[in-house]
Design a protein around this ligand. Structure first.
Ligand SMILES: Nc1nc2c(c(=O)[nH]1)N[C@H]1C(S)=C(S)[C@@H](COP(=O)(O)O)O[C@H]1N2
Ligand SMILES: [Mo]
Length: 531
């Protein structure tokens, strides 16, 4: 057992290791910004954790933090890192060089993970190694100083404890206290320096600014086919999701802790595999091709019943069947594995990319170039399929292959290899927790089964009959449709449920299923008290 005094004396050592680790982490981030942009120690550890996370973990993270899941992950890593640093400080104080070894080991782990990332460069080892070495060296220096201070001023060991074995409280020693205070102050300086280095790394990166400038200056080609959105597609009910989702509020889901910054001038798309002719497409080639405008709803397989991981946008791009036709897939091919610059892949049935549907290699979203976090400069959008098996952002490669030869990113992580969108509906109005007073009110929401279409929505209040809601005009089978139903609300507690009927006559199933492995099912339900 450590005596109270030795525990007390470990405090500056713990502080020193934490300060040294913040400094090391900041230097690692700065080094990454300067020489290995894809190998930020935080991003590679976070990315590695995302990659090994099973389906339930992804679901839980999204359920807890929504689209803030990435910030939560990074904060979690920071807290864990500081906790380990604290332990390393105590170890370095009691059992040198234990603390140094722990900190170097952390750096080595980061470096090894960095080399395994899809976008690892030649210097990918450097940032994490530097972070570990800096943290260890500064910890060793400060703890050595602390030890010199305390031994210089401590009495010789025989006096340090009596025959009964009780630890004596050391008399205050001004010299030792000065050292302790000095080391604490230096730890604080290290934290500040680490924060400065991290801020510096953000400034050096500035990549986001450069890409925004390129994006802002970009002019999109005009579509040869446009699509009109009928005014009657929008019911204009307060609280109801607008039929076209503004890009700024469009949900974002991806594994990219650092959003890829691509320049259209150097972007290429390689189409290869089971093809007669390998093709490499550049931005200039792409914008020369006939452009099509579509409106399509994109939905995430992780969307819970009633969830918000869904949006509808106007997309501009070239039909993927035109692109694939240039490469001429061979007869044995049945899948296209699209790959993003950051290593994400999606397995899409070849048929969905070559049949009559508007599967696009998209460059525009809601009249502008794709937002950077939605895949700038080029992504895929395929009606009828969940995003994880179709909607690859920052796309750089289409490998024409077979389902029995390759699999997409989420398949080995517990998600189905194919992801057709399931029939679903959601209640938006009244909003959960809204005050509803007795009298005529409105119930409204959205319903979808992309590329199949919705022919009806029914609403049930308490245990009453299922009543048909009024549908807004559907833009197409590829989009969600708004619905509404007037309701003469009586005071008291009520439950409201909805279910959709698809264009091919299926009624949405009441059976509850979790998002994994192939999409949630069950009725969205709202409970409310009418005043
Ligand atoms: N490069 C890349 N593309 C990706 C993903 C990803 O993790 N990386 N996630 C997919 C998933 S799971 C979904 S639901 C959609 C979400 O697209 P959005 O963020 O534009 O809404 O992108 C898809 N494309
Ligand atoms: Mo998704």
């Amino acid at each position: 057992m450590a005596s109270p005094s030795s525990r007390r004396r470990a405090v500056p050592a713990v502080a020193a290791a934490i300060g040294a680790t913040v400094l090391g982490a900041g230097l690692g981030e700065l080094a990454s910004a300067l020489v290995a942009p894809a190998s930020s120690p935080f991003a590679v550890i976070g990315g590695g954790m995302i990659d090994i996370a099973p389906a339930w973990a992804k679901d839980t993270a999204i359920a807890l933090f929504g689209t803030g899941d990435k910030a939560a992950l990074l904060a979690g890593i920071a807290v864990l890192l500081l906790a380990v640093a604290g332990v390393a400080g105590a170890l370095e104080w009691r059992r040198p060089p234990g603390g140094r070894i722990v900190l170097i080991a952390l750096g080595v782990i980061g470096a090894v993970v960095a080399t395994t990332r899809a976008d690892a460069g030649p210097l990918s080892l450097a940032p994490s190694l530097l972070a570990g070495i800096a943290a260890a060296a500064v910890t060793a220096l400060l703890v050595r100083r602390l030890r010199q201070g305390s031994t210089a001023d401590s009495p010789a060991s025989p006096v340090d404890g009596d025959a009964a074995g009780t630890a004596p409280l050391p008399a205050p020693r001004p010299g030792a206290d000065l050292t302790r205070r000095g080391v604490l102050a230096l730890s604080g300086v290290a934290v500040l320096a680490g924060a400065l280095a991290a801020a510096g790394s953000a400034a050096v990166r500035g990549g986001a600014r450069a890409t925004s400038a390129v994006r802002a200056a970009l002019r999109l080609p005009r579509p040869s086919t446009t699509i009109a959105v009928p005014a009657s597609a929008e019911l204009g009910i307060d609280g109801l999701a607008p039929v076209i989702t503004p890009s700024a509020s469009f949900y974002r889901i991806d594994t990219a802790l650092v959003v890829p910054q691509l320049d259209p001038a150097t972007w290429t798309l390689r189409i290869h595999g089971l093809v007669e002719q390998e093709v490499v497409l550049r931005w200039d080639d792409l914008v020369e091709l006939p452009q099509k405008e579509t409106v399509a709803t994109l939905v995430c397989v992780s969307n819970e019943v009633g969830g918000s991981l869904i949006g509808t946008a106007r997309w501009l791009g070239v039909p993927l069947r035109d692109i694939l036709a240039r490469a001429r897939p061979t007869a044995e091919a049945d899948m296209v594995l699209s790959r993003s610059v950051d290593g994400f892949t999606a397995s899409t049935p070849l048929e969905a990319l070559t049949d009559e549907r508007d599967a696009l290699l998209a460059i525009g979203m809601n009249g502008e170039p794709l937002p950077i976090e939605h895949g700038f400069p080029v992504r895929m959008v395929v009606p009828g399929l969940y995003g994880y098996v179709s909607a690859t952002k920052w796309v750089s490669e289409l490998e024409v292959t077979r389902f029995d030869r390759a699999e997409g990113y989420w398949t080995p992580r517990g998600w189905s290899e194919r992801g057709p969108v399931k029939l679903a509906s959601r209640i938006d109005v009244p909003q959960a927790g809204a005050r509803v007073t007795a009298g005529t009110t409105v119930i409204a929401g959205v319903a979808w089964q992309t590329h199949v279409g919705v022919s009806g929505v029914e609403v049930q209040i308490d245990d009453g009959p299922w009543q048909p809601a009024t549908l807004a005009t559907a833009i197409s089978a590829d989009t969600w449709v708004q619905w509404s139903l007037p309701w003469d609300a009586t005071s008291g507690a009520h439950t409201v449920r909805c279910r959709a009927i698809s264009a091919d006559g299926q009624t949405q199933t009441a059976e509850r299923a979790t998002p994994a492995p192939d999409g949630a099912t069950g009725y969205d339900e709202l409970t409310l008290t009418v005043a």
